[in-house]
Design a binder for this molecule. Structure first.
Ligand SMILES: [Zn+2]
Length: 285
C-alpha cells in the first residue's frame, strides 16, 4: 500500500510534547513566516482581497495583495492607493483573531527571541518585547528613500491614514505622494525587495540582538519553534534553524505549518512537525 500523505500524527500526544518543550526549554527562538499571519486572519487573498481591493482586481487583474506589490500601476497616485490600503489593513487595523496574544502568553515568562519575515508588526502590536524581535524583511509601518540617499526610515502611520481617508477611487490626491525629505526622490515602503532595502540603525541593532541571543543558545536547552515559514526564503529562518538544531545536542526543532514539511535526516530525532492550522494548534497548547 502507498500513502500519498503520511498518516495523521497523534495530535494530542504531539501537543503535549510541544507544551513540555516550551515549559522546559531554557531558550526559545520563534521563527515566523507569512503562514502565521494568515492563521491570525491577515489573509492576503480570498475574501479580504475581494473586500478591500475589488477595484484593483478588476483593473489590473491581480488576485492577492502579494502579487499586487509587483504590479506596474498607471500612476504614483494609484501606486499609493494600493499601498496605503495594503499597509493600513495589515499593519494598522485590528488583528482579526487572538493568535499572537495566545502565543505571547505561552512564552512571555521565558527567555525568548523572535525572528520574522513578516512586515505587519503583529508581534509588536500584540505586546511582544521590542528588544526581542528582529524584522528581517522590513516593516510596513516605515518608509524609506527609493534611491536610497541615506539609511534612514520614517514612520508612516499618519500619512497612510490620510491617504486612506482622502482616496478618490483607486488614487490618492497628488499632494499626499511622499517624497524623501533629504533628496526629494520618491519614497517607498521599507521592505526588502532588492538591494535598495534600507537597513536602518534600529534594524541593525535588532540584528545584533538576535545574533547575540543565538550565541547564548549554544549548548543550552533550546527550542526552535518555526511557525508558518514557507519555501520562498528558507535561508532566513528554516535553514539556520536546521543547522542550529543540528549543532546543539540540547536543541529541539518544532515546525507548525500548513505547507509541505521536509526536514533533514540528521536532525530527525530532534524534530516535531505538525501539518495543520497554526491557531488551532497554539490554542490546544
Ligand atoms: Zn533620498
Amino acid at each position: 500500500m502507498f500513502f500519498k500523505k503520511k498518516p495523521k500524527v497523534d495530535t494530542i500526544a504531539t501537543i503535549a510534547k510541544i507544551r513540555y518543550l516550551i515549559n522546559t526549554s531554557e531558550k526559545i527562538v520563534i521563527g515566523a513566516g507569512a503562514g502565521l499571519s494568515t492563521s491570525a486572519g491577515l489573509d492576503f487573498g480570498g475574501e479580504r482581497f475581494e473586500q478591500y481591493f475589488s477595484d484593483f482586481k478588476e483593473k489590473y487583474n491581480i488576485n492577492d495583495m502579494y502579487y499586487g506589490s509587483f504590479c506596474n500601476f498607471e500612476s504614483k497616485e494609484e501606486f499609493w492607493g494600493f499601498w496605503s490600503r495594503k499597509i493600513y489593513y495589515n499593519r494598522f487595523s485590528e488583528i482579526p483573531n487572538n493568535l499572537y496574544t495566545t502565543l505571547l502568553n505561552l512564552v512571555k515568562n521565558k527567555d525568548y527571541f523572535v525572528i520574522t519575515t513578516n512586515a505587519d508588526g503583529c508581534f509588536l502590536r500584540s505586546g511582544f518585547d521590542k528588544y526581542r524581535l528582529f524584522y528581517v524583511q522590513g516593516d510596513y509601518g516605515l518608509l524609506q528613500c527609493s534611491m536610497p540617499c541615506s539609511q534612514k526610515t520614517y514612520k508612516n502611520e499618519n500619512m497612510i491614514k490620510k491617504m486612506i481617508e482622502e482616496q478618490n477611487g483607486m488614487a490618492i490626491p497628488s499632494k499626499l505622494i511622499p517624497y524623501c525629505p533629504e533628496c526629494y526622490a520618491s519614497m517607498t515602503p521599507n521592505l526588502r525587495a532588492d538591494d535598495t532595502f534600507v537597513e536602518s540603525w534600529g534594524w541593525d541593532r535588532a540584528k545584533d540582538r538576535y545574533e547575540n541571543f543565538i550565541r547564548t543558545t549554544f549548548g543550552r536547552k533550546t527550542l526552535f519553534l518555526e511557525l508558518g515559514v514557507g519555501q520562498n526564503t528558507p535561508s532566513i529562518i528554516k535553514y539556520p534553524f536546521w543547522s542550529l538544531t543540528s549543532q546543539n545536542q540540547h536543541a529541539k526543532y518544532v515546525c507548525i505549518t500548513k505547507e509541505d514539511i521536509q526536514t533533514p535526516k540528521e536532525i530527525a530525532c530532534k524534530v516535531i512537525t505538525v501539518d495543520d492550522d497554526i491557531k488551532k494548534i497554539i490554542d490546544l497548547i
